[in-house]
Design a protein around this ligand. Structure first.
Ligand code: ADP
Length: 653
């Protein structure tokens, strides 16, 4: 999203040009209003947000410093400073990170920049409770929860000129040139005046700010330094009337590091509890919901690394679009190498978020070479297996949570199965879940197979675009009559996935619409062949009449109470046809299933049809048309020539 370029400069005199107030983007303004006016109880998170931005900015420059001598800073030189000024009522957070240019300020501070913003916006509109603020990483704007004015002074790495961004809230902001020696950013928050309900002055107390840093920013990997007053009692050299040495208090100020700097993924499970990891996840990855699983890996050996991974409960709004950036944050001994390294995750698990830290990765290699790094490949391979086993564990331990995951990312798993020529088939087949006719809920293939009676040859499924249509397919009846379970496949990707899978545990998957269901005995088959022989002429007549719609007309062996159904021959199923029809271009126009109309010889309609065929061919043709349309409707296929259909129905009535 391009940033607003502000007001047209030429309209204003030179004097005004620099000071003209620029407007925030609409959505940013709304968020800002909310921040300013919130009666929000967790205002204290502003500090976490501002410190986390400082830490990100340092990450960026620290990475540059690895390969660029000109940065002139060692890893040990990076730090964040928090300064409290009681007289000026300001809290200042300074960093010596990458800094911001004028454009950066306009783009990043004039709009809600972070990835969660869109989702945030939509939730904001419906929210009655402003508590959602606490659940999102709302970032920079949270400064306005405690400040009536925010000043940002920054000098970008490599720039000569520094800039001052300033805003008193929703009426806009200014950007002006200013002086600043070192590269980095100072965020100066001018605290609001205390009210009866709110004591903003608490944020000017050293102990309070220290407490907040410990609580929210302890894991930040750079030192957060503060001036802390220490009082010592020094002997004066005199004695009191009891002969005790006299002392007097002497206060001196010392800069100290407040945070422990050990990142959460480097801590033991006892210290970094699930709860803390979840908090870290929500903050870092801008998610309002708890993840369904927290995965910890501590691998030692040829390649040592630690990983802290999360399986989100909900797909981000852009997950199925090109905008979504998959990958894990990659660190080497606490230095961030990449914010999202896509090579660490296979495509099928692109929803996983988290962090990988390995001391074995060479820091000085470029990001391009990293892609081919052997160590990285080893880690990626291990993580792939770990993620799978954790998902399987979730499936058995907590089906409810698994189904939440499945609703969000099942589609991705199925895409993963179909992609790469089915290479991930074995990795993913156990993770699949489909709706079961017997269980009336999702079931895994493993569970389905475990319930199969010995007589059942295939895993049966009915595919359609809704549960209702799938459950209503006429062909289901015979399968159900045998007491066999059906899977209902209702996503467009499902049949592709099933075709790639072919079989599970040695059992072939078969669509009820695929003709031969392997249900009848040899004797029954023979009988059917005989009936078909007798009706040969009728079937040929039907086939000729319906040649634009179907490739064949057959007597069915899978119908019980329905008169007709639609099935297909060959590779392209009826559902696939529907899928391709939505696609623009050649595929959409040309890819068609080879449809077969099946008639139930035991149904009274068949007798009427036979009678008409013998006495009145014209009537028989109309019946053929109506039956074909009916079969289409039952299969969820649109009837295209509605007027011909309607005429035929009227004529017959
Ligand atoms: P987020 O951090 O989630 O992207 P914020 O609203 O907190 O969203 O910050 C917006 C952007 O402003 C950041 O992405 C970053 O580009 C920039 N920014 C904020 N603070 C700093 C800082 N201290 N140094 C450099 N850039 C910063």
């Amino acid at each position: 999203m391009p940033a607003p370029r502000g007001l047209p400069i030429c309209k204003f005199g030179r004097k005004y040009k620099r000071m003209a107030k620029k407007q925030f983007k609409a959505e940013s303004k709304r968020l800002l209003d909310l921040m300013i006016n919130s009666i929000y109880t967790h205002r204290e998170i502003f500090l976490r947000e501002i410190i986390s931005n400082a830490s990100d900015a340092i990450d960026k420059l620290a990475y540059k410093a690895l390969t660029d001598q000109n940065v002139g800073l060692d890893r040990d030189d990076f730090r964040i400073r928090v300064v409290l000024d009681k007289d000026a009522r300001t809290v200042t957070v300074s960093d010596n990170g990458i800094g911001m240019s004028r454009e950066d300020m306009e783009e990043n501070l004039g709009v809600i920049a972070h990835s969660g913003s869109f989702k945030f916006k939509s939730e904001l509109e419906s929210a009655e409770d402003v508590d959602i603020i606490g659940q999102f990483g709302v970032g920079f704007y949270s400064a306005f929860m405690v400040s009536d004015k925010v000043t940002v002074i920054s000098k970008a790495y490599g720039a000569e000129q520094a800039y001052r961004w300033e805003s008193s809230g929703a009426d806009g902001y200014t950007v002006t040139e200013c002086e600043k020696d070192a590269v980095g950013t100072d965020v100066i928050m001018h605290l609001k005046a205390d009210t009866e309900e709110e004591r903003y002055s608490e944020f000017l107390e050293t102990w309070r700010i220290k407490e907040l840093i410990k609580k929210y920013s302890d894991y930040v990997r750079f030192p957060i330094r503060m001036d802390v007053e220490h009082t010592e009692y020094v002997e004066t050299g005199e004695e009191d009337e009891h002969g005790h040495k006299k002392t007097e208090p002497v206060t001196h100020t010392e800069e100290e590091t407040v945070n422990s700097m050990v990142p959460i993924w480097q801590r033991s499970k006892a210290e970094a509890t699930d709860e803390k990891c979840v908090e870290f996840y929500k903050d870092r990855f801008h998610d309002s919901e708890d993840p369904v699983a927290v995965i910890r890996v501590n691998a030692e050996g040829l390649t040592s690394y630690r990983a802290l991974l999360f399986i989100p409960a909900k797909a981000p709004y852009d997950f199925y679009s090109r905008d979504y950036k998959p990958g894990l944050a990659l660190y080497s001994s606490g230095v961030m190498i990449m914010e999202s390294c896509a090579d660490l995750l296979p495509e099928c698990f692109r929803f996983v978020r988290g962090v990988v830290d390995s001391p074995d990765l060479s820091l000085n290699i470029s990001r391009e070479i990293l892609q081919h790094d052997r160590q990285l490949k080893v880690i990626a391979g291990n993580l792939e297996n770990k993620i799978k086993s954790e998902l399987l564990k979730l499936m058995t331990d907590d089906a409810g949570k698994y189904d939440t995951f499945w609703a969000a990312f099942g589609r991705q798993i199925k895409y993963g199965l179909v992609g790469d020529y089915g290479m991930k088939r074995d990795l993913l087949k156990d993770l699949l879940k489909f709706y079961s006719s017997n269980e009336e809920k999702l079931t895994s293939l493993k569970d389905y197979v475990s319930r199969m009676p010995e007589s059942q040859k295939y895993i049966y499924y009915a595919a359609a675009d809704s549960l209702r249509t799938a459950a209503g397919l006429p062909q289901n009846e015979q399968v159900k009559a045998k007491g066999y379970e059906l899977l209902y496949l209702i996503e467009d990707i499902d049949e592709f996935a099933v075709q790639v899978l072919m079989n599970y545990d040695g059992k072939e998957l078969r669509s009820v619409a695929a003709g031969d269901l392997g249900l009848e005995t040899e004797e029954e088959k023979k009988e059917q062949d005989e009936t078909a022989g007798k009706s040969r002429e009728l079937l040929d007549f039907m086939k000729e009449t319906l040649k634009d719609d179907v490739v064949d007309v057959k007597l069915s062996n899978s119908l019980v109470s329905s008169a007709v159904c639609m099935s297909y021959e060959g590779e392209i199923t009826l559902e696939m046809e529907r899928y391709f029809r939505q696609m623009p271009g050649e595929a959409g126009e040309k890819i068609r299933a080879r449809r077969v109309l099946e008639l139930n010889p035991a149904h009274p309609v068949f007798a009427s049809l036979t009678a008409a065929f013998e006495q009145d061919k014209d009537k028989a043709a109309k019946i053929a048309l109506v039956l074909c349309a009916q079969a289409k409707l039952l299969a969820g296929i649109p009837v295209e020539d509605l007027s011909a259909y309607s005429e035929a129905v009227c004529a017959l009535i």
